[in-house]
Design a protein around this ligand. Structure first.
Ligand code: SF4
Ligand code: F3S
Ligand code: FES
Length: 245
């Protein structure tokens, strides 16, 4: 069976949608079709991938306008006679064809205080429910689809002011860790701009790891920030002890 697939080609000043007709078999995913196009019609096609198993987070793209992993999206999810359009993520600068420059994310990651722990005598005690609470955040594969779809980054381009959902879950995973002794709240409030998230939940809808980004990470972090910085009694206490408000 043949399928028509349109791919975005080119560099930022020279963009076009190029249509290909590709032979497909049952069970193929979008990335398979892209590889076949690369092997037959477009050897210079730039596409990023690695594991082809939904675990490296490299193959993120927009398929018919919806963010997704091309290695986990079956062609059969779309009607046979429909022409699929595959484009790169729009929130990050385009390098070429389907490849974007996601390095800004790694810079944000470096700003997060890592796990802090002081050695004490004896084995540290953690309860299973405390472990369970942060476990889901560790499933993140850094595909950055949540960053791609969040309107604060995508439509308003507030990368200087907002760290984005991926880094809210990293912050939350550390802040909720039962043994961590770090303090990231001030940064989450100011530099990472948690107040800019207005709970649209688009990030949660697109996460291929089904992490409850908004409910389990962002909302609890918002509550902690409000308790710490916007509670009038806490504000007076912080002023008395000389802690910044
Ligand atoms: Fe991808 Fe989900 Fe991690 Fe966001 S939280 S980077 S959508 S795996
Ligand atoms: Fe953006 Fe997710 Fe908040 S999409 S606005 S970070 S709920
Ligand atoms: Fe690794 Fe798709 S190639 S997640």
């Amino acid at each position: 069976m043949k399928r028509k697939i349109r791919l975005q080609r080119g560099t930022p000043n020279n963009l076009k949608l190029e249509e290909f007709e590709v032979e497909v078999e049952t069970g193929m995913v979008v990335l398979d079709a892209i590889h076949r196009i690369q092997a037959t019609d477009a050897p210079d096609l730039a596409v990023r991938w690695n594991c082809k198993a939904g675990k490296c987070g490299s193959c993120s793209a927009e398929i018919n306008g919806e963010p997704g992993l091309t290695c986990m999206t079956r062609l059969s999810d779309y009607p046979e006679n429909e022409t699929l359009t595959v484009q790169p993520m729009k929130t990050f600068p385009l390098i070429k064809d389907l490849v974007t420059d996601v390095s800004w994310n790694y810079e944000v990651n470096k700003q997060i205080q890592p796990y802090q722990h002081t050695e004490t005598d004896g084995d540290p005690i953690m309860f299973q429910k405390e472990v369970d609470r942060v476990q889901e955040f560790r499933k993140c594969i850094e595909c950055f689809l949540c960053q791609d779809v969040c309107h604060v980054l995508r439509s308003h381009d507030m990368k200087q002011e907002f760290a984005g959902p991926r880094f809210m879950i990293r912050n939350a995973g550390l802040e909720m860790h039962p043994l961590d002794q770090g303090d990231r709240l001030e940064k989450i409030r100011s530099e990472h701009g948690i107040g800019l998230c207005n709970i649209t939940k688009c990030c949660t809808f697109v996460c291929p790891e089904h992490i409850s980004i908004t409910d389990n990470a962002i909302i609890p972090m918002k509550e902690r920030v409000v308790d710490e910085y916007y509670d009038p009694l806490k504000w007076i206490w912080n002023t008395l002890i000389g802690k910044s408000n």
